[in-house]
Design a protein. Structure first.
Length: 188
């Protein structure tokens, strides 16, 4: 029994004290760990989408129409798609259809939807870049291309989106000076 107790005591003593070899090894991997933390924490991802399907305007509606039933379903599907993306900011123009597209995701992450002007400009892009947060941006058929192209500095989306196109998700990840762009189809 005495031998077993001596081993346990030795283990307890050594577990709290760094020996020379252990200390040297931890010093060698510390820069790699810090570099990894910097690269993962310095990356920010922007998710850019057009608002979901809008209702057909009728005589009682203004031009600021709400989402259709299909659009409401797409807004919920967007929330599910971004469920694990750690969204920390959401931007939308000040229209019913863009704010309604953002609402399920905003509720899920407990965020307010911030509004931006009807035409994205360099000041808005600078504001987004300064956030250093994963961000969802809801735009329109005639602004999504501007947002994506200004964020990436490259023309990835060649023109305005067709009026019937609601299913594209543009993903831009910026790590330092490196920009990655992906286009994904959302659930129809």
């Amino acid at each position: 029994m005495k031998g077993k107790c001596e081993k346990e005591v030795r283990f307890k003593k050594n577990s709290g004290v760094l020996t020379g070899k252990t200390f040297d090894m931890k010093l060698k991997i510390l820069p790699a760990i810090l570099l990894l933390i910097c690269f993962t924490s310095c990356a920010q991802t922007y998710y850019v989408v057009r608002h979901a399907e809008k209702a057909a305007p009728d005589a009682t509606m203004s031009s600021d129409v709400p989402l259709s039933a299909q659009g409401e379903q797409r807004a919920k599907a967007l929330k599910e798609l971004l469920n694990d993306k750690k969204i920390e900011a959401i931007y939308s123009t000040n229209t019913i259809r863009t704010k309604s597209t953002a609402a399920p995701t905003a509720a899920h992450f407990g965020l307010n939807v911030e509004t931006y002007g009807p035409r994205p400009d360099s000041a808005f892009i600078a504001q987004l870049r300064a956030l250093k947060k994963n961000t969802l941006i809801i735009g329109h058929s005639n602004t999504v291309d501007d947002i994506v192209n200004l964020l990436t500095g490259t023309k990835h989306v060649p023109a305005d989106l067709p009026d019937s196109e609601y299913n594209k998700l543009y993903i831009i990840t910026i790590t330092g000076n490196k920009v990655e762009f992906k286009e994904e189809a959302m659930i129809r």
